[in-house]
Design a protein around this ligand. Structure first.
Ligand code: C2E
Ligand code: CA
Ligand code: CA
Length: 569
């Protein structure tokens, strides 16, 4: 039978003591339980400590010795991050040396002449155990790769700093590596790890100059909680860290970015780091800015956005969302013919006034609540088609916008079908606009879903075409019925008429795909003429009409009906 005590490794104890008799006594007391090695002065002791740093459990250290004394040994151990964790018990006959030894990092004392054997053994045992426990905690506390705190401990300590030292004014700093995944991809994970370690070294170096703590939160995100300083200083720190890692790879420049939330009384560390993260993400991918301080403007923006999120819940019930419609015209007809319209939502906020969708759509998308608005808009639009049909005897198809997350909602098709049924519409009456970038993100899966919708009869318009990165290859396999050319192509015409080449190119692609093109953002007669000459079929833009409330669209429909009747007569 193996006793469990034998399974425990025997601890290695170093005795640094110039008096042979003392070495012998300690040997006798400890040898049953521990493996012992000896040094007869500080210099030899130091050499052994460095050699056996990994195995040493404790050092028993005399203070007064020839060649190098115990104080110097303590000093050298303190200066070395590898050695300062090894516990040291000082052997001393002099009471007054204790304080200095303590200051130098000694853990405890054994007085000479030595106490009872039991007491010496108990002290040695206790400190070995304490240190092992501390190391166990450290291993959970520290990220294995970088030695920085892990996320949980970091936030725990940050909270403690705020709680117990409210007099410390602390800043929250977030550091990220731009496109770290491509650094990994191009150079291998091992190289990526090297970069992370190097960056962590730089951060530790910075922390030696100030009070603070740091963590590798995950992947390539580092958080630092440190004493407040001016933004100019952060620029210097960032530059220094950037310098450390910049030249590590020949084939990829590695770029850091930093977001900072300056100290503000009463804000929790986790809220501060959220903001620093927001600031840091604002400069993602930027070639120009690498440091962003969370400032008053951003705080205002954050409060505004939070307000919009809060207000959303009752805004729908309160009918604050209003759907406007912007007509699309067929410009090949003479006069141009109204073919359909796009539903565009507006928020008539009782206190904040009219809010444009650009302010809340991306916000709601990012917070996973866009469907609350959109399902409302779709149902209003479907109801509107039916209302005009019943009232005017005219069916004007409408298109609605779908956000990318909604396309992946398994209930989407059923919901749309219900709307059609409730309003006695067919799937040709309600068209769906899906932005091009949604296609590029998740091509295979999206194509499958869009195929389903098309099988059910829905027409899909690819919105903002030319702003994403679909390849021709992808395009030919994409299920679409209409291309909506991004507004920027018309805008660019203003700058240089030669940009018309781009528009022709898109029209060519559409011809190849056998789908019509809607040119968006068309504002002038000249633009209409050029598009018409280039065989572009449909136009949507201020030239014909801004997005309008339903009543005003009604007038356009009536006008259209009159023209039609006149032509038929
Ligand atoms: P979008 O789908 O590309 O809509 C076209 C935008 O261009 C609209 O802005 C429209 O008012 C504007 N516009 C139209 N013609 C012209 C023009 O000639 N010149 C200029 N300068 N602008 C023109 P809006 O209404 O502010 O909507 C912005 C974006 O918000 C929309 O871009 C769409 O992506 C999104 N959006 C609007 N309503 C909804 C909605 O109900 N649901 C979802 N998911 N997104 C919506
Ligand atoms: Ca659209
Ligand atoms: Ca568009």
């Amino acid at each position: 039978m193996i006793k469990s005590s034998e399974l425990n490794r025997r601890h290695l104890v170093l005795v640094v003591e110039d008096q042979e008799i003392n070495r012998d006594i300690l040997g006798d007391i400890l040898e049953k339980k521990y493996d012992l090695i000896y040094a007869e002065n500080g210099e030899i002791g130091m050499k052994l400590i460095r050699e056996k740093a990994d195995q040493l459990s404790i050092v028993l250290l005399d203070l007064i010795m020839p060649v190098m004394d115990g104080f110097e040994v303590l000093r050298q151990m303190q200066d070395d991050p590898e050695l300062c964790e090894i516990p040291v018990i000082v052997l001393t006959a002099e009471k007054k040396a204790e304080l200095e030894a303590l200051k130098l990092g000694a853990s405890d004392f054994i007085t000479k002449p030595f106490d009872m054997d039991e007491i010496v053994r108990a002290r040695v045992g206790k400190h070995i155990e304490l240190n092992e426990r501390r190391q166990l905690i450290r291993s959970a506390e520290r990220d294995h790769l970088t030695g920085l705190y892990t996320k949980g401990f970091f936030f725990e300590y940050a909270d403690q700093i705020v709680k117990y030292h409210p007099e410390y004014k602390m800043d929250a700093v977030v550091i990220d590596i731009d496109r770290f995944h491509s650094v990994n991809e191009f150079n291998g994970r091992e190289f990526g790890d090297k970069v992370l370690k190097k960056l962590a070294e730089g951060i530790k170096e910075f922390l030696r100059t100030t009070d603070g703590i740091a963590s590798r939160i995950e992947g390539d995100r580092f958080d630092i909680f440190c004493l407040h300083r001016e933004s100019g200083e952060y620029a210097e720190i960032l530059e220094k860290l950037q310098g450390d890692i910049e030249n590590m790879s020949e084939n990829a420049s590695i770029r850091l970015r930093m977001g900072v939330t300056p100290y503000r009384e009463g804000v929790s560390p986790s809220a501060m780091f959220d903001r620093a993260r927001v600031a840091c993400n604002m400069i993602r991918g930027s070639n120009k800015d690498h440091l962003m301080i969370f400032d008053e403007d951003m705080r205002q923006m954050e409060m505004y956005q939070q307000r919009l999120l809060n207000d959303l819940s009752w805004a729908i019930e309160d009918k604050q969302f209003v759907v406007y419609y912007q007509p699309k015209y067929d410009i090949q007809a003479d006069p141009p013919r109204l073919t359909s319209a796009e539903a565009l939502v507006r928020w008539k906020h009782p206190e904040l006034g009219m809010i444009s969708p650009g302010d809340f759509i991306p916000l709601f998308e990012n917070n996973g609540v866009i469907n609350q608005v959109d399902s409302y808009v779709w149902s209003v639009a479907a109801g509107q088609i039916a209302e005009w049909r019943d009232k005017l005897g005219y069916l004007l198809p409408l298109s609605v916008n779908l956000s990318r997350t909604e396309i992946f909602d398994p209930k989407l098709e059923t919901y749309l079908e219900t709307l059609l049924k409730e309003n006695k519409l067919t799937s040709h009456d309600l068209k769906l606009e899906v932005t091009e970038s949604a296609y590029t993100d998740n091509a295979a899966e999206l194509i499958e879903i869009v195929d389903e919708l098309r099988k059910a009869g829905f027409e899909i318009e690819m919105d903002d075409f030319g702003s994403g990165y679909s390849s021709l290859n992808m395009l030919s396999s994409m299920p679409i019925d209409v291309l909506k050319m991004d507004m920027k192509f018309i805008r660019n015409l203003e700058a240089d008429i030669r940009n018309f080449r781009m528009i022709e190119l898109i029209l060519d692609i559409a011809k190849f795909l056998e789908v019509p093109v809607v040119a968006e953002g068309v504002e002038t007669e000249e633009q209409v003429k050029m598009l018409k000459d280039a065989d572009c079929e449909l136009v949507q833009g201020f030239y014909f009409s801004r997005p309008l409330p339903a009543v005003e669209i009604e007038s356009l429909i009536i006008k259209e009906m009159n023209t039609k009747r006149d032509q038929e007569q």
